[in-house]
Design a protein around this ligand. Sequence first.
Ligand code: HEC
Ligand code: HEC
Ligand code: HEC
Ligand code: HEC
Length: 272
Amino acid sequence: MKSAFSKVIILGGILTLISNIAVAEVFLPGMQPKEAGIEFAKVQQCRMCHAGTKNKDADPFVSWQSGIISISAKDPIFRAALAIANQDIEGIGEFCLRCHAPRAWLEGRSTPTDGSTLNTEDMYGISCTVCHSYIDPLSAEAAKIIKDVPPGHGNAMMVSDPQNVVREPYGDGKGAMPHEVLKSPFHTSSNLCGVCHNISNPLLAEDVKKQPPTFSVIFSELTANGCSAILQNAARTEAASHAITGRLMAEGRRMWVNAVFLGSSGKVLKEI
Ligand code: HEC
Ligand code: HEC
Ligand code: HEC
Ligand code: HEC
């Protein structure tokens, strides 16, 4: 019978093996840092026109800023967990930054993996352009831009449009816009949220190119409710959009406001 001591030695050996693998970047399919030359816009640029309008609290900027997604890179609880993760497995923080600071990850600032090279814009976490430049990573369109198509939605295996175009459900924006608009069914699908809210441990996957992320457990109940509410409303709004006067007052946007306020992590916002 093996003693407790030898079990510790075996466990130690396995951990050392994992840490040796993890010293290198954690490879996952999807767009790679700096691939296709993606450069994200600054949140302040979007804010100029998408805040302070007659829509008041329904302005996209307000709802975004009120939510935890706007602080996902500087969230102190996340930062603490990031430090511990890096101590446990050297270099693993790069995996965390994929989701919590996607702008930094795609523009190539996720190493060193303690987040010390993140710039002011990266600190805005899931910023406007992150979501609005997403292409369904499993689509034929994505396959033209990237080398390795992901096996499923999750683990921040994302694909971003390097062009100056914003994608969202309606694609019928009018007026003086500094960006083009594109109608995107992906932006009415919970798969968009699943890109980050589905997660599994890539170090345990036999082949990350073939195995889709397995868990959605990271989606807390409130988040899941918020997500489906937003997206159901987005779908409804899409159908009704042409009939609504003052389209940006549409129900979907109001739901986004309410939903992001909810969520179990809301307490963090009160602490900082
Ligand atoms: C695939 C995307 C993804 C990756 C990779 C990821 N996270 Fe997260 N993380 C999330 C999401 C999404 C949430 C919010 C979940 C919820 O509340 O439903 C979250 C929440 C958290 C929270 C809770 C924050 C709070 O204020 O309550 C911590 C802490 C955290 N993550 C740490 C980490 C660490 C450390 C790593 C790397 C080992 C990591 N995460 C990797 C997506 C990710
Ligand atoms: C987590 C992903 C995500 C982020 C981050 C995000 N959006 Fe959106 N946005 C969406 C989705 C999904 C929709 C469509 C659903 C809806 O209308 O609520 C949308 C809708 C919109 C619309 C159209 C609203 C309407 O009613 O026609 C605008 C404008 C917009 N977003 C701007 C922004 C700006 C500006 C930011 C940053 C301050 C931002 N978004 C951040 C996902 C996101
Ligand atoms: C100079 C003003 C201006 C700036 C800056 C700006 N937008 Fe817009 N945007 C507009 C106008 C005008 C519309 C159309 C509104 C309408 O049709 O009611 C629009 C529409 C949108 C829509 C909805 C598209 C559609 O088809 O319905 C999204 C999403 C969006 N913008 C995102 C962004 C993001 C993200 C940024 C920052 C990178 C940004 N915008 C910066 C003026 C701007
Ligand atoms: C680029 C990755 C990414 C995408 C895409 C994304 N999220 Fe998140 N989301 C996160 C991270 C990371 C957190 C946790 C931030 C923290 O706690 O520090 C989070 C947190 C949340 C929370 C707060 C959860 C809580 O328990 O307080 C809500 C609500 C949420 N996301 C909704 C959505 C919805 C709806 C979509 C799709 C329209 C979406 N997210 C897309 C990364 C993402």
